[in-house]
Design a protein around this ligand. Structure first.
Ligand SMILES: Nc1ncnc2c1ncn2[C@@H]1O[C@H](COP(=O)(O)OP(=O)(O)OP(=O)(O)O)[C@@H](O)[C@H]1O
Length: 312
């Protein structure tokens, strides 16, 4: 799929005294789902709005398929976006909303039925939008984003309001759309969701890049050389392993986390001292844990009005 890229290059955007985006650069490759995460107020929506031509950058560039949004000749065919799922007239039927959108962009009417089927809204879209749940609005917003079959997708919190079945559905949909070669940028506060969906993660804080990494690398780095040990003889095991030079912490009632000794040596020591245990294995950090570690500092300073720069 050609032109399936998203590029943010030295993007800077200020709102009064707030520096919302501060020299941010990253790139989303075709064929990948990239999670876009960061604490509240980190600058995610502002970046997405800049990519969609809704906020003009003060400095830098935000490009879709190598061009700024305003230079795209057929925007709906080049980038699909879900920003605010609530932006629907309550009296309008979902299907009519999409038909108008298709018509005004010269797209054939059959695309409406195709995308409604894709998001499971064939029947519901015949009702007025005023009665839609948040999940239904999300689905309709995603249908609108897919209407022009674009190579680039920008989705701001698409799982918001979806039930567990809806979350599973969107996970599969995003994986399929990426497998077709699209570049997909998806913001979310649900790390557990991104862990199963995203290949790559762009983490920002206070408008700056904190990490631009493969999800698997981030989890591996956060997992470190920790070993998870399940045992009913917690105290004995802790004393034994500490004497052998390990650092041991209690994770829960029957689980210890051990660093400083490989799993094989831990098993030898426990067997040698007749300390019973149920399980020894490498600890795999969750994406949530890895993310919390990365953003701890950024969260401490979420209020980042840079008064110094304003005063100077
Ligand atoms: N139109 C605006 N006028 C003034 N300040 C704004 C405007 N838009 C965003 N901001 C500020 O810019 C900063 C970044 O906001 P942004 O909405 O981009 O963050 P976010 O990462 O999307 O946050 P959240 O996770 O809460 O959605 C915040 O401090 C916000 O208050």
């Amino acid at each position: 799929m050609s032109d399936a890229t998203i590029e943010v290059l030295g993007l800077r955007k200020r709102f009064g005294r707030t520096l919302a985006v501060d020299g941010l650069s990253f790139r989303v490759e075709p064929g990948t789902v990239t999670g876009f995460v960061g604490p509240n107020g980190a600058g995610k929506s502002t970046t997405m709005r800049a990519l969609l031509g809704l906020d003009a950058p003060d400095e830098g560039r935000a490009l879709v398929g190598g061009r700024p949004y305003h230079a795209l000749r057929t925007p709906l065919l080049e980038v699909g976006a879900l920003l605010d799922a609530a932006a629907l007239h309550p009296a309008r039927r979902g299907r009519d909303h999409l038909r108008w959108l298709a018509h005004s962009h010269g797209l054939p009417a059959h695309r409406v039925d195709e995308v409604l089927e894709q998001v499971g809204m064939e029947t519901a879209a015949r009702r007025r939008a005023g009665g839609y749940s948040l999940g239904m609005r999300q689905r309709l917003g995603i249908a609108a984003a897919l209407l022009g079959d674009p190579p680039v997708l920008l989705l701001d919190e698409p799982v918001n309001g979806l039930d567990p079945e809806g979350i599973q559905w969107i996970r599969g949909l995003l994986r399929r759309l990426a497998a077709e070669g699209r570049a997909i940028l998806v913001s979310s506060h649900l790390m557990s969701e991104l862990e199963d969906t995203a290949d790559h993660l762009v983490v920002i804080g206070r408008g700056r890049l904190i990490a631009d990494t493969a999800v698997s690398d981030l989890i591996a780095a956060a997992s470190g050389d920790r070993v998870r040990l399940r045992t009913d003889a917690r105290t004995e095991a802790m004393e034994l392993l500490a004497r052998a030079g390990a650092t041991v912490s209690v994770t829960d009632r029957d689980t210890l986390t051990v660093t400083g000794l490989p799993a094989r040596r831990i098993v030898e020591l426990l067997n040698g001292a007749d300390v019973p245990f149920a399980e020894v294995g490498a600890h795999r950090a969750t994406l949530e844990e890895a993310y919390m570690e990365l953003t701890r500092e950024a969260v401490e300073f979420t209020s980042h009005t840079d008064t110094d720069e304003v005063a100077s």
